[in-house]
Design a protein around this ligand. Structure first.
Ligand SMILES: Cc1cc2nc3c(=O)[nH]c(=O)nc-3n(C[C@H](O)[C@H](O)[C@H](O)COP(=O)(O)OP(=O)(O)OC[C@H]3O[C@@H](n4cnc5c(N)ncnc54)[C@H](O)[C@@H]3O)c2cc1C
Length: 383
């Protein structure tokens, strides 16, 4: 008797979902991807052209190991798609020598043998357009870090998933999932037409839409306005030479940080002005105005060779984990074969392929032990 491979539904084909969809299809698993809009649509959490891939992390040993795995999978996606997805910009983390950013980055680099250089304020100013501020600041530069073309990467994964036989239903919103015997029934709506499909397992990767699919998802995650990305023209063309404009995180003290990265459009620097508020605390227009002002101030104060007049801005909402670490968990115990991926809290993109691989292994019944021999002690909601 032959054993039929399972059919897996992926609910939400955004960052995490597209990578799970691709990996399942490539393994010959029958997969249906449901996406309420289209992969990498402008309001999704991975949109806006670019995301930093710092090799070092400050999120603990287990997630640190996942970062190395993720890099290998991103490279595989780039090779398979033939797209220029990973731009070797390097990355720079700057803060006082006793800040969590600097101490954590050095510890992570040493733990995993990530090549890095410790730079003084004068060395930072000599190499990069970042102004040095205080003598106590230290830079941790990772020459091997990158900036990923985020929308292009999500689209590449979705496209390769379809090419490998995955079925992608765009403009199709899942309204509910329901346990049926040993399987799952997925209810969806496409242009007003309701439909129900019976599958063997499901991965819910619906980002800020998670609570609309899983009643009670508020025990893990909440949506938050998180950041406004603001684009500023690069005036000094030498900054466009590789290695001159790394993906940068600067700790300003008192819990404040900002991120900056090349927009990868050959013209602009993109600043992430972070403000974490409940979605109804500010209107989108208020959030954007606030972010533009904050980002303009950051460019004036910190950068040379960049014009402090914004040319574009966009604000986003993302799902945040209440327990402070990402959620890749059973929705209702392992027997349900229903996995939720959510709560990536502004740091999920770079690890997305590794987290998706973990969710895929879970629904296929492959994860008996924590990966890489690491208990997920510092990530209590990753099974
Ligand atoms: C501004 C900003 C900057 C960031 N910078 C970085 C960075 O530099 N480096 C980094 O590593 N990470 C970064 N992150 C984090 C990273 O981008 C996110 O963690 C990641 O994109 C989240 O992916 P997701 O799949 O959970 O959400 P999404 O990519 O939003 O995907 C969810 C998808 O589900 C769909 N959906 C929702 N409800 C339904 C439904 N009912 N039925 C069907 N489909 C549905 C949505 O349309 C969407 O396409 C940043 C995030 C933001 C917002």
């Amino acid at each position: 008797m032959s054993v039929q491979p399972p059919t897996v539904a992926v609910v939400g084909v955004g960052t995490m979902g597209a990578l799970a969809f691709w990996q399942l299809a490539e393994r010959g698993i029958r997969v249906i991807g449901y996406e309420s809009r289209t992969p990498a649509h402008p309001a999704s959490a991975g949109a806006g052209g670019s995301r930093m891939f710092r090799e070092v992390t400050t999120d603990g040993a287990a997630l640190d190991v996942q970062t190395g795995h993720a890099r290998a999978l991103w490279e595989r996606l780039a090779a398979r798609s033939g797209d220029d997805l990973i731009v070797p910009t390097g990355a720079l983390s700057v803060g006082s020598s006793d800040s969590a950013l600097v101490r954590g980055s050095i510890a992570s680099a040493e733990r995993r043998g990530v090549p890095h250089q410790i730079l003084s304020p004068a060395e930072i100013e000599a190499r990069f357009p970042l102004r040095a501020h205080t003598d106590g600041e230290v830079g941790v530069y990772e020459p091997g870090a990158a900036t990923i073309r985020s929308d292009a990467a999500v689209i590449a994964a979705a496209r390769l998933g379809v090419a490998a036989g995955g079925e992608l239903r765009t403009h199709t919103a899942v309204t509910a999932i329901e346990s049926r015997g040993s399987g799952v029934r997925v209810h969806s709506l496409t242009a007003g037409d309701a439909r129900a499909d019976d599958v063997d397992a499901v991965i819910v990767s619906a980002g800020t839409g998670t609570a609309g699919v899983i009643p009670g998802a508020g025990r893990w995650v909440e949506p938050r306005h998180t950041a406004t990305h603001v684009w500023f023209p690069i005036e000094d063309e030498t900054l466009l030479v590789p290695g001159r404009l790394p993906a940068t995180v600067r700790d300003l003290g008192g819990g404040d940080r900002f991120g900056a990265m090349p927009a990868l459009d050959g013209r602009n620097l993109k600043i992430g002005a972070h403000r974490h508020t409940a979605p109804d605390a500010m209107t989108a227009a208020e959030l954007e105005a606030d972010g533009i002002d904050a980002a303009t101030e950051l460019v004036r104060a910190h950068f040379d060779g960049v014009v402090p007049f914004p040319v574009a801005a966009r604000s986003y909402t993302e799902s945040y984990a209440l327990a402070g670490s990402a959620v890749v968990d059973w929705i209702d115990g392992p027997d349900s074969r229903q996995v939720v991926m959510a709560g990536f809290s502004g740091i999920g993109f770079k690890r997305a392929p590794a987290l998706a691989a973990h969710a895929v292994a879970m629904v296929l019944g492959e994860t008996a032990d924590p990966p890489n021999g690491h208990a997920w002690a510092d990530a209590p909601h990753i099974r």
